[in-house]
Design a protein around this ligand. Structure first.
Ligand code: GLC
Length: 471
């Protein structure tokens, strides 16, 4: 089967979050199952400057009263074909998002993707769109290409990676779209890309079974829950995987010492001591908390704010936290660092190599998210034998089994309500288990590392869905 994945980011070319990891890894897994899968994304400045892609041809699309150039470039990465949409006006910029004309930029991208099929002569069976930036594709396909056989037979899948970001723009965007009005496009008096996709795709997925159930409720649905309800029977949750080649403590070149499940306790201790040294902390074998995250409201950092003083004052735990984003959280991290110079360190920003050192070196990996469609950090943490401490939401609930003191089962720690003091209780449970029950800790680390979070199973679920649609 021929599949085209469309997204606004994909590792290793452009990444701001988990979406890029998924679009980087899923095609490899689909390919291993014999599918002809290709990826299409914008040709951002950062990619263009590397000069790694080859020119394939061009087309034009109409945006408002203008005709816009659509260049198509091609590169191969790990055996997967990547196409890039070139247009300097829209994509030759420093950042991926955050511009006043983001709506126009990605509307352009959505028109361009469909024209690019002709340029490269690849007409897929399935176009698989992801998040709001690609939300208009299913609609444009139906509205503009109805009379063309190669287009007419294409089925569309739309995956929601985060329902908080919907691509909402004023109605005068209709002038840019230059298409007849359809009620699919509109929601709450605005153009809403995600709502359009939910209405117009053949199937909708999201990235974990629990998040699927959550987004059908008022609390998690960010107003689209009832729209999703209309498509209930075409909506499913398929858990993400992680790239188990990239994230492998046995071969990871970034970490201080490689280790496997057999020597995990010693291996992790060696990594921890080096990591502490790197951050100028005294090298002691105390419970080390790690965090690697975008610092957005979603991630639950606000729960740490009222309780971290207590945790630091009443325990021996240390903290190494990495992330960037909302200034409120960045400033909180910096403030804690100056208050507790030998207990708390932060790295404001993101670095792949440092992230991997944190996964390998920390004992407890924090993810107290308010909501988490899937979450990749907790799966990477388990693979490195760091026990995730999570709130039971979305993919966190589907992947971390909480420590049961009586049966000594589990692969991490969890709490249910979005409440700082519940979080504090569980942090102390984790700290006490680490300090006083070495045998149990060893068992939990082993259980965590034995879990399989590769893409193998999920790729099969996507293939099932594609088959169902094209049958
Ligand atoms: C978004 C979600 C995250 C998910 C990722 C990949 O970043 O916030 O939970 O893991 O997309 O699907």
């Amino acid at each position: 089967m021929k599949i085209l994945l469309c997204a606004s980011e994909a590792a290793p070319y452009a990444k701001t979050g988990g979406l890029a990891d998924v679009i980087g890894a899923l095609p490899k897994a689909l390919k291993q199952n014999g599918q002809d899968v290709r990826v299409i994304m914008p040709y951002y400045k950062k990619i263009k400057e590397q000069q790694i892609a080859y020119y394939q041809g061009y087309a034009y699309v109409r945006i408002g009263s203008q005709t816009e150039y659509v260049g198509v470039f091609h590169a191969i990465c790990d055996g997967v074909d990547f196409y890039f949409i070139d247009n300097d006006r829209y994509f030759y910029r420093d950042a991926l998002y955050g511009y006043g004309d983001d709506g126009e930029r990605f509307a352009f991208f959505d028109f361009a993707v469909l024209e690019a099929l002709r340029v490269v002569d690849f007409f897929p069976d399935i176009i698989h769109c992801n998040d709001w930036q690609t939300g208009l594709i299913p609609y444009i396909l139906k509205a503009n290409y109805n009379g063309y056989y190669e287009y007419n037979r294409i089925k569309t899948v739309y995956s929601i990676h985060n329902i908080q970001y919907q691509g909402i723009f004023p109605m005068d965007m209709m002038q840019i779209l230059f298409m007849p009005y359809s009620s699919s496009l509109e929601f709450g008096g605005c153009i809403n890309f995600m709502k359009t996709a939910i209405m117009e795709s053949n199937a909708i997925t999201t990235v974990s079974p629990t998040y699927k159930n959550e987004v059908l409720t008022d609390y998690y649905g960010y107003k689209l829950n009832n729209i999703l309800g209309l498509r209930y029977f075409d909506f499913e949750g398929i858990l993400n995987g992680i790239d188990t080649d990239k994230y492998n403590p046995q071969t990871d070149k970034y970490i201080f010492k490689n280790y496997s499940i057999k020597n995990a306790i010693d291996g992790k201790k060696a990594n921890k001591l080096e990591l502490l040294k790197e951050f100028n902390l005294d090298c002691e074998d105390v419970p080390l908390f790690g965090l690697v995250s975008r610092l957005a409201e979603q991630k639950g950092i606000e729960l740490l704010m009222p309780i971290l003083d207590d945790v630091i004052n009443y325990s021996n735990a240390k903290f190494i936290l990495m992330g960037s984003g909302d200034k409120v959280y960045e400033n909180f991290f910096k403030m804690m660092e100056s208050k507790y110079p030998n207990r708390f360190k932060c790295y404001i920003g993101y670095s792949d190599s440092m992230a991997q050192k944190i996964y390998a070196g920390c004992d407890i990996f924090l993810m107290p998210s308010k909501f988490e469609p899937c979450g990749l950090g907790q799966m990477i943490a388990m693979r490195y034998g760091a026990l995730p401490l999570v709130r039971e939401t979305g993919g966190l609930k589907d992947t971390v089994s909480p420590y049961n003191e009586f049966e000594e089962t589990g692969t991490g720690f969890s709490f249910t309500n979005f409440n700082a003091h519940d979080l504090k209780e569980v942090m102390f449970l984790a700290i006490n288990t680490y300090n006083n029950k070495k045998g149990v800790w060893k068992k939990l680390v082993k259980q965590a590392m034995e879990k399989d979070y590769s893409w193998r199973q999920s790729a099969l679920e996507y293939i099932n869905l594609y088959n169902k649609l094209t049958k």
